[in-house]
Design a protein around this ligand. Structure first.
Ligand SMILES: Cc1cc2nc3c(=O)[nH]c(=O)nc-3n(C[C@H](O)[C@H](O)[C@H](O)COP(=O)(O)OP(=O)(O)OC[C@H]3O[C@@H](n4cnc5c(N)ncnc54)[C@H](O)[C@@H]3O)c2cc1C
Length: 490
């Protein structure tokens, strides 16, 4: 029997991997293939933190294939050229893959489809990364959704119960294995290597790590998720995002586990529903990227094209990146990102708002920094997150939301546990000043060992003025809406 090539990009797992399961069901020898094709992704080629993650993930996936009598073939270069060469080399009778939703993935799938047609071999594309395909959901008028709540209401009606497919126990191997490029040739190692050490201490990339995280979440965290998900100082969320971004866990597996737990335990049902709603945001982000493929560059709301954002490198951008803004919750978030490759969702909103509203910096620059430093960098989620915060994206709110980093900190990190962990130079401040050291009396600062401007920066902006400046900037682009800008923060 001629072998079938399974392109593993987008689904680095054996469990509930429909392309792999379908190929295995044929009984043909399987050639699992991963192609590192940086050039195809242009400015969205994988960032440094994701590359570090991918390296560990490929190591783990290779071992998983070895364990079931198979082998992961690594190659670099243009994916279509690589696939074509492998078909020619092995006489493969088919090419199977998971579908993707980014413009690059869609373009590639079309090219691979033509290539298979030319070679007269089978080309099969499988859904397996979303709960609901973007073409299967539309507004009453037949247009894509651009507001989350109605999207999710409809999606919730459409999404069914899934029975995920278990990982194959054994895969048929070809008589001769094609050559695989050494992992080192994929250029995934961070420079300098020491940068990734604290990240490595926080994560276990790969399918087994994903399974552990899911089990822990369902058993310990889900019941309190509704309230806990907003508190960055506690482990109140699933931290499954990097595993989802690399396709190491199936979204249907997660859905299934949550529904099962909710059915067994009434107490968990509220947490499960709240969690599934967040998964819904991921679905929505992919729906948007699919229907508006230029979203990573272009504002969803065109009136923001005239917004006077600052762009490119600059001292203020650098201070934000380094967590040296003088606003503790912002600095804690930016340092969490640098040290762990991840940042809590609530804090992502706060730091993003600070950059685009308080500093008037373009969301593009923030999105690029996140892209390079997040282990869960995901084009759909990252783009939507930044556009949402900037105000130019999908948001039903009629006002221009400006997060106040002080009140946000006091509300969601009331005892300052999060700030104390990532901004240790402020750790000895009392709760009353942990989010506003610049308001602390001199004797309080002295007792806590804090000297503003020396041990910790003074605030880089006057928030009142920054807020007025942001509102004026908005007014300059939306003269008709100035009257409604009276909201003071989320
Ligand atoms: C400016 C900004 C940038 C972001 N960039 C990314 C990104 O590059 N990659 C990424 O995966 N998420 C991104 N998010 C969304 C969100 O912050 C993360 O998904 C979440 O913090 C991941 O942690 P978790 O897995 O513990 O989340 P949980 O609360 O446990 O949620 C479970 C899953 O639901 C999905 N999810 C949750 N919240 C959101 C959301 N607001 N938007 C989309 N999906 C969501 C994620 O897949 C997440 O893993 C961004 C948010 C903002 C505001």
């Amino acid at each position: 029997m001629n072998p079938i090539i399974v392109l593993m990009n987008g689904g680095l797992r054996l469990d509930d991997q429909p392309a792999l399961a379908a190929a295995a069901a044929k009984g043909a020898p399987i050639l699992p293939l991963f192609v590192m094709d940086d050039a195809a992704h242009g400015q969205w080629a994988m960032g440094a933190a994701s590359r570090w993650w991918l390296r560990q993930s490929l190591t783990s996936l290779s071992q998983s294939f070895e364990d079931i009598g198979s082998r992961l073939i690594l190659r670099t270069g243009d994916t279509a050229d690589v696939a074509d060469a492998l078909v020619a080399e092995t006489g493969a009778s088919g090419l199977y893959m998971l579908r993707g939703y980014s413009p690059t993935a869609r373009k590639l799938e079309a090219v691979l489809h033509d290539l298979c047609a030319m070679r007269a071999i089978e080309c099969r594309r499988f859904s397996g990364s979303l709960l609901i395909e973007p073409e299967h959901i539309a507004t009453g008028g037949g247009t894509p959704y651009t507001v989350f709540t109605p999207f999710w209401r409809r999606a919730r009606e459409l999404v069914q119960t899934f029975t995920p497919t278990p990982a194959p126990k054994r895969l048929s191997a070809p008589d001769t294995w094609p050559e695989s490029t050494p992992l080192a040739a994929l250029k995934l190692d961070p420079v300098p290597a020491a940068w990734a050490e604290p990240i490595a201490a926080n994560w276990l990339p790969g399918e087994a790590g994903a399974r552990v995280m899911l089990e822990k979440f369902v058993a310990e965290v889900m019941v309190g998720y509704k309230a806990g998900r907003d508190i960055p100082g506690t482990e109140g969320t699933s931290r499954l995002s990097p595993y989802l971004a690399h396709g190491e866990i199936s979204i249907r597996r997660i859905w299934h586990a949550c529904q099962k737990a909710a059915a067994l335990d009434e107490g968990a049902a509220g947490g499960s529903e709240a969690y599934l709603r967040e998964i819904g945001w991921r679905e929505f982000a992919h729906h948007l990227l699919y229907h508006f493929p230029d979203l990573p560059q272009k504002n969803l709301k065109a009136q923001f094209d005239a917004f006077p954002w600052r762009e490119g490198d600059g001292a203020a951008l650098k201070e934000w990146r380094q967590g040296l803004t003088g606003f503790p919750i912002v600095d804690a978030g930016m340092r969490e990102l640098w040290q762990t490759g991840w940042m809590h969702n609530r804090v992502r909103m706060i730091v993003a708002s600070f950059l685009v509203k308080d500093l008037l910096w373009h969301w593009h620059d923030g999105a690029k920094w996140f892209w390079d430093t997040l282990v869960d960098a995901d084009l759909a989620n990252n783009t939507m997150g930044w556009q949402w915060v900037a105000g130019c994206g999908p948001d039903a709110a009629p006002y221009f939301r400006i997060f106040n980093p002080i009140t946000q900190g006091e509300k969601f990190d009331p005892d300052g546990a999060y700030v104390r962990r990532f901004v240790p130079e402020l750790a000895a401040l009392p709760d009353a000043y942990i989010h506003k050291p610049f308001e602390a009396p001199a004797e309080v600062l002295r007792a806590a060992g804090v000297t503003l401007g020396v041990t910790y920066p003074k605030p880089m902006v006057d928030r009142k003025l920054a807020r007025e400046r942001a509102l004026a900037a908005l007014a300059s682009t939306r003269a008709d809406q100035v009257q409604s800008l009276c909201h003071t923060g989320a």
